[in-house]
Design a protein around this ligand. Structure first.
Ligand code: GUN
Length: 284
C-alpha cells in the first residue's frame, strides 16, 4: 500500500480563496493585530507569513513590535487598548514571550471574542464542554484536513502524542467532540508503540525527526505529522514521521513541509473572520 498524501498546501489555498470571497461580501474588512515581543527568529518568520496571507485574503493586519525588555504592565496596557478598539476584531500575542513576562496573565487579558488563537481560559472552557468557541488554529486545521479528505473520525481510535495547551490538549478535545475514542500519550507514556499501533488516526507532535517508524503504526492508519524539526545538515524541515517507511503502510499521511503548517495560518484567518462575525452579531 502507498498512502494518499494529504496536501495541506493545496487545502489551505482553497480555504484562503473561500475566505477571500466571503470577506469581499462583508461591509468592512476584518482587522487583526499581532503583537510580537522581542526578536525570536522563528517568531519573526511566523509573523511575516501571517501578515502576507492576511493581506492576500483581505484582512487588515498590522504587527505591533515591542522590545524584549518591555514590562508586563506595559504589554497588558497595550492589549487592553486593543480590546476597547471597535475596529480591531482579532488579537494574537506571538509566543513564546520573554521569561520575565507571565504568559498566562497576558493571554487571558485578551477579550475572549477577539482571541483568534483560542488560548484564553474562556475559549478553552467552551471547547472542553463542546460549545462553539474560537479554537486553537493547528488542531482546528487538522480536523479540517481530515474532513476534506473524508477520513472518518467517529468511533475511530485516535491517538495524540503530545499534551501541550496549543496542540495536544485541544486536539484531543476536538477529536472527542467528533466522537472519536481518544488516547493522549506523552513523554512519560509507557509502551508507546503498543498504544499507537492500535490507532486508526495517529497525530504526532513530539519534535523528534523520524521518531514514528513502522513499528508504531498499523496498516491503513491515517498519520498526521505536526512537528517541524530543523534538519540543519540538509537545510530542510522534517517531521516526526519516518515518511518513506510509514507511507508504505498508511492509508493517508501528511508531508512535512506542506501538511499541517499551511493549515495553521489558514485557520488563523478563518478565526479572524469568525471573531468579526461574533462581534457584529452575525453568528451566536
Ligand atoms: N507560537 C507557536 N505557535 C503559536 C501559535 O499557534 N500562536 C501563537 N500566538 N504563538 C505561537
Amino acid at each position: 500500500m502507498t498512502a494518499k498524501i494529504i496536501d495541506g498546501k493545496k487545502t489551505a489555498q482553497k480555504i484562503r480563496l473561500e475566505l477571500k470571497r466571503e470577506i469581499q461580501n462583508l461591509k468592512t474588512k476584518p482587522e487583526l493585530r499581532v503583537i510580537l515581543v522581542g526578536n525570536n527568529p522563528a517568531s519573526q518568520i511566523y509573523v511575516k507569513n501571517k501578515e502576507k496571507y492576511a493581506s492576500e485574503v483581505g484582512i487588515k493586519s498590522e504587527t505591533i513590535r515591542l522590545p524584549e525588555d518591555i514590562t508586563e504592565e506595559k504589554l497588558l496596557k497595550q492589549i487592553k487598548k486593543l480590546n476597547k478598539d471597535k475596529h480591531i476584531n482579532g488579537i494574537l500575542v506571538q509566543l513564546p514571550l520573554p521569561s520575565h513576562i507571565n504568559e498566562f496573565s497576558v493571554i487571558n487579558a485578551i477579550a475572549p471574542e477577539k482571541d483568534v488563537d483560542g488560548f484564553t481560559i474562556y475559549n478553552k472552557g467552551l471547547l472542553s464542554i463542546g460549545k462553539p468557541a474560537l479554537t486553537p488554529c493547528t488542531p482546528l486545521g487538522i480536523i479540517e484536513l481530515l474532513k476534506q479528505y473524508k477520513v472518518n473520525i467517529a468511533s475511530k481510535n485516535a491517538v495524540v502524542i503530545g499534551r501541550s495547551n496549543i496542540v495536544g490538549k485541544p486536539m484531543a478535545q476536538l477529536l472527542l467532540n467528533e466522537d472519536a475514542t481518544v488516547t493522549i500519550c506523552h513523554s512519560k507514556t509507557k509502551n508507546l508503540a503498543e498504544i499507537t499501533a492500535n490507532a486508526d488516526i495517529l497525530i504526532s507532535a513530539v519534535g523528534k525527526p523520524k521518531f514514528i517508524g513502522k513499528k508504531y503504526v498499523k496498516k491503513g492508519v491515517t498519520v498526521i505529522d505536526v512537528a517541524m524539526n530543523r534538519d540543519t545538515k540538509n537545510n530542510r524541515w522534517v517531521g516526526d514521521v519516518d515518511f518513506d517507511n510509514v507511507s508504505k503502510v498508511a492509508k493517508f499521511i501528511t508531508p512535512v513541509p506542506g501538511g499541517v503548517g499551511p493549515m495553521t495560518i489558514a485557520m488563523l484567518l478563518k478565526n479572524t473572520v469568525q471573531a468579526y462575525k461574533i462581534q457584529k452579531k452575525m453568528v451566536k
